[in-house]
Design a protein around this ligand. Structure first.
Ligand code: ZN
Length: 278
């Protein structure tokens, strides 16, 4: 059935803590280790945030991003997707700060295109941010992974695609079930998918208990999927995941059982039409 499936592992994000699940990685070394183990379990892409190694607080130090990117590339050929969400950054230099990971030339960077109330915060992604970031990623040859949390965000992405700032094929991450974003129902996922441009590639993630239903639908509908501690710390109800790799392995087995083969990093590069081959 269809193209091979790309599994992304979102190894740490900015929210889960070791108090919630002791296996959540904080330091660059822990993050590298967790990404490489996930690669061995079937993940072709690692989506990376960085943390303060001691406190686990979200961090945005470019040295940490660099260490993680280089550390993963030394150990395996998986694709690296650095976040530009900067959800915790404030001040007049925010756009420049958020774009710093693009300078490291990872394979992909996340591109958050629209604003929303995000759990207990406001996630601000102004039209100026979206256009500036899309242009900058294009200039640097870094493919954007367009993260959309509701349907209006898709329309904003389509506007940028029409203006020529995002190369074909556009690659979307449908983020389902973030509190105050679009909820993670089957109807909503199909609705979102149907709003994408015809040639779009897409992946889906679900938050917490919505992870398994959403990735199952993603597999069946011919999309790609994301798992990992950024989205969910449980393997099943009441049972904490022991590692990112364990979640990747479970997702890969599910995909195989449903008739989808798993894309390795080389195949993922081809599917995504990445220009910056290593
Ligand atoms: Zn992220």
């Amino acid at each position: 059935m269809g193209e091979k499936i790309i599994i992304t592992v979102a190894v740490t994000g900015s929210r889960p803590t070791k108090e919630m699940n002791p296996a959540v990685p904080y330091s660059p070394k822990e993050i590298i280790e967790s990404a490489v183990d996930s690669y061995k379990a079937g993940a072709a892409i690692a989506h990376i945030h960085v943390r303060d190694p001691k406190t686990g607080k979200p961090d945005f130090k470019i040295e940490f991003f660099k260490e993680v990117l280089e550390g993963i590339r030394e150990r395996c050929d998986m694709l690296v997707n650095l976040t530009t969400s900067g959800l915790f950054l404030e001040g007049s230099e925010v756009i420049q700060q958020r774009l710093q990971p693009v300078n490291l030339k990872p394979d992909l960077c996340s591109l958050d295109i629209g604003s929303l109330n995000f759990q207990d915060r406001v996630f601000v992604n102004s039209p100026l941010w979206g256009e500036t970031a899309a242009k900058y990623m294009k200039e640097k040859g870094v493919k954007p992974e367009i993260e959309v949390f509701d349907v209006g965000h898709i329309y904003q992405a389509i506007d940028l695609i029409r203006k020529g700032w995002i190369d074909d094929p556009p690659y979307f991450q449908l983020c389902m079930g973030v509190k105050w974003g679009i909820s993670a129902s089957p109807e909503n996922l199909i609705f979102m998918k149907n709003k994408l441009p015809k040639n779009a590639l897409w992946s889906v993630l679900g938050i917490g208990k919505d992870q398994l239903p959403m990735i199952t639908m993603g597999i069946i509908l011919g999309g790609n999927i994301r798992v990992g501690f950024e989205d969910n710390i449980y393997l099943s109800k009441g049972r904490l995941a022991s590692s990112n790799a364990q979640m990747v392995e479970a997702a890969a087995q599910l995909a195989l059982r449903l008739g989808r083969e798993i894309a390795n990093p080389i195949e993922a590069r081809k599917i995504l039409n990445l220009k910056n081959y290593l």
